[in-house]
Design a protein. Structure first.
Ligand code: FE2
Ligand code: FE2
Length: 290
């Protein structure tokens, strides 16, 4: 059950919920809901996590792939899920489950192929860059977690898919925003559509993303409202703005990658997370190596 008190007071949740219900966006898989509470505790029993992960062979396999990736520099490959759960920790496992279930959910939706292709091209690129930027900033800002930053990038435009499933005409709004070089949120308002950032916020809440991340998602087109954000949520928002800028730098042809960030907005975001031009260049170098 989602708690709509406090942070959601000013959202037209009834309308967003009606929209999501009307197109039957699948909710998070039961396994994720069952594991959520368990994974939120840092001292969750790895044996219990492993037995729950074992209920889904694809997820169990994915967990092993992650732990055996070069990132973990293990001498011997790991074949036990319980051992993988110990090595990775609950947070990484939760992030892997959310990301894989979310991808599966979106690929099951009936949406125009070219749109979906562009959506993934943008979201995966932003997610990857969010992770790299967060890793770079983590040493100086411990409230930033790179797995959470990745999920933020993955979910931030999920509202577009929902709006697209509802009505193919939504593509016209996206194209118009691109042609006019206009913030998509403004075009959505003109076309009397729900803001995709609000829809993505709602989804990120039901999928269990952290409060700071989902608030950053909600404000990713309204930086002026971000003044009310907590320092951690503000850091995530800044990372998202920087990542969108970098993603366009490497892929100018993205359909909706350029969500119209002014130079001023990017500089302000960098300042808010104490990111220097040297840091930015280092992130760019890392991205070229990927
Ligand atoms: Fe975006
Ligand atoms: Fe967006």
């Amino acid at each position: 059950m989602i708690d709509f008190a406090g942070e959601d007071k000013d959202l037209d949740l009834a309308l967003i919920k009606q929209l999501i219900d009307s197109i039957h966006i699948p909710s998070p898989p039961q396994l994720l809901l069952d594991l959520r509470e368990l994974l939120q505790s840092e001292d969750a029993d790895p044996e219990v996590i492993a037995s729950m992960l074992g209920r889904d062979s694809a997820l169990a396999a994915k967990t092993l792939t992650i732990v055996n990736s070069p990132l973990y520099k293990l001498k011997e490959p790991v074949s036990s899920i319980a051992r993988a759960a110990v090595l990775l920790g609950p947070r990484i496992i939760q992030s892997a489950i959310i990301s894989s279930a979310f991808r599966e959910m979106v690929s099951g939706l009936i949406v125009e192929k070219s749109f979906l292709h562009e959506y993934w091209r943008h979201s995966l690129s932003v997610a990857e860059i969010c992770k790299v930027v967060a890793e770079r900033l983590h040493a100086a800002n411990r409230s930033i977690n790179s797995n959470d930053a990745y999920l933020m990038g993955l979910f931030h435009d999920a509202g577009m898919v929902v709006l697209m499933v509802k009505d193919n005409q939504y593509l016209q709004s996206i194209l118009r925003s691109k042609a006019l070089y206009e913030n998509l949120a403004n075009v959505e308002a003109e076309d009397s559509l729900i803001n995709h950032a609000d829809v993505a916020y709602f989804m990120s809440k039901s999928w269990g993303l952290s409060g700071d991340v989902r608030r950053a998602i909600r404000y990713h087109h309204g930086a002026q409202d971000a003044l009310a954000l907590s320092p951690a949520a503000d850091s995530y928002l800044s990372i998202l703005i920087i990542a969108e800028y970098l993603s366009v730098l490497y892929d100018e042809e993205q359909m909706f990658g350029l969500e119209f960030r002014s130079q001023q907005e990017i500089m302000a975001a960098m300042q808010r997370v104490n990111m220097s031009i040297v840091d930015l260049k280092k992130v760019q170098a890392t991205l070229l190596d990927l």
